[in-house]
Ligand binder design. Structure first.
Ligand SMILES: [Mg+2]
Length: 390
């Protein structure tokens, strides 16, 4: 039989901090990007330890409010690269158990398991995480993905809950409708107003009524409430190795600004290409082909995974500058990115500033073509740049 095992780290960021610094063990802590930051850019509490949660501290709370609720709260700076390290290590271990894995978020995984004792596997996973990283996780096992996540919630923290098909009617008699991920307080209120409190209630309500209350998702939620959970795992796609854009110029050039102007358009197109497949990349390279057809490439590793046009272009410009003077006329220009991650969850702690002009640029480019808008100081180079198809 196919089982879905859901693994969810307990108070992940906070547990990691307590594991790195044992002095914080057993204490209420709040993890923040920059707890000592002063003034306008003070961030919120990104995660709270169980001790802090007990006082009502929640992720997303301003530190002032958190400290009012919990005067002993210790605010500690986040170590995102350590969280990534634990995440990758855990994922690597899970891959030894199953090939069907959904890398769901920084601290959650789903795996499909076809053996007889999924509980054994669950215990092994908990033991691995505890031994390797000194933190705990909770495990839920059920015939479906959403059910497994609900089971995990029942056992938190440091729990293991296994729902077999025959257990589900019993559990459903007492589980509130809000136990289904996706049924938030508004939907719950609506259901309660109509006398639907438990999952069993939901299961026995006529489908037309449920649809009326919950809209098109009604039928899906009701199926879950009947213990029928066919939610598929989103498995890893074969990794994309690289993405490139290149163009041959109408005239060859020795002028770095012309290459820059062309690069501007190529980077815009590359950025859009990454966005379309929901991907970000970390290494950028440019390649130039000269009049005698010889080529030269140059690359750099960026600090963050990105698909931001400005970030990519900034790197392009620096790489281009480092190749000047060109040994011969440049006849074609290319830019590419490698080390690509799809469906990448951005760090909570580092964010790129979005370009406020982006929607307008996008609109103009869609309507008038990719080369219809470029920075004014590069305008002179326009006749060098054949239209880059998009
Ligand atoms: Mg968690």
């Amino acid at each position: 039989m196919k089982w879905i095992i859901h693994v969810d780290m307990d108070a992940f960021f906070a547990s990691c901090e307590q594991a790195i610094n044992p002095k914080l063990k057993g204490k209420p802590i709040g993890v923040m990007a920059d707890p000592y930051g002063r003034g306008k850019k003070r961030s919120v509490v990104a995660a709270a330890s169980y001790e802090a949660k007990r006082c009502g501290v929640k992720a997303g709370m301003p530190p002032k409010q958190a400290l009012e609720l919990c005067p002993n709260l210790i605010l500690v700076p986040a170590h995102p690269s350590y969280y990534g390290y634990v995440h990758r290590g855990t994922l690597k271990y899970l891959k030894t158990i199953s090939q069907e894995i959904e890398d769901y978020s920084i601290d959650e995984f789903f795996i499909a398991y076809y053996g007889k004792s999924p509980d054994r596997v669950g215990k092994d996973i908990e033991a691995f995480v505890k031994k390797e990283y000194g933190i705990t996780c909770s495990v839920g096992i059920a015939p479906g993905k959403l059910l497994a996540k609900m089971a995990t919630e029942e056992g938190k923290p440091d729990g293991l809950v296994w729902w077999k098909p025959e257990d589900i009617p019993g559990v459903y008699r007492y589980l509130p409708v809000s136990a289904i991920p996706g049924i938030g307080s508004n939907r719950e209120k609506l259901l309660n107003q109509n006398g639907i409190y438990t999952l069993e209630d939901l299961a026995y309500t006529p489908t037309s009524v449920v649809k009326n209350l919950l809209g098109i998702l009604g039928e899906y939620y009701q199926k879950i409430a009947c213990g029928v959970d066919e939610t598929p795992l989103v498995l890893e796609e074969p990794p994309l190795k690289s993405i490139t854009r290149s163009v041959t110029l109408d005239y060859s050039t020795h002028n770095p600004l012309v290459v820059e102007a062309v690069g501007r358009l190529l980077c815009a197109s590359l950025s859009k290409g990454l966005e379309e497949i929901d991907a970000k990349a970390k290494e950028i390279f440019i390649f130039l082909r000269y009049d005698d057809m010889s080529g030269e490439a140059n690359g750099v590793k960026l600090e963050l995974y990105t698909n931001n046009e400005e970030t990519i272009f900034r790197a392009f410009r620096e790489l281009n500058a480092s190749m000047v003077p060109y040994p011969q006329g440049v006849r074609s220009v290319g830019v590419g990115m490698t080390d690509i991650r799809q469906h990448y969850t951005p760090s909570l702690f580092y964010r790129e500033r979005p370009n406020p002009l982006k929607p307008v640029l996008e609109h103009i480019r869609q309507r008038y073509g990719y080369d219809s808008i470029i920075p004014a100081h590069l305008l002179f180079a326009k006749h060098y740049t054949p239209i880059i198809a998009e």
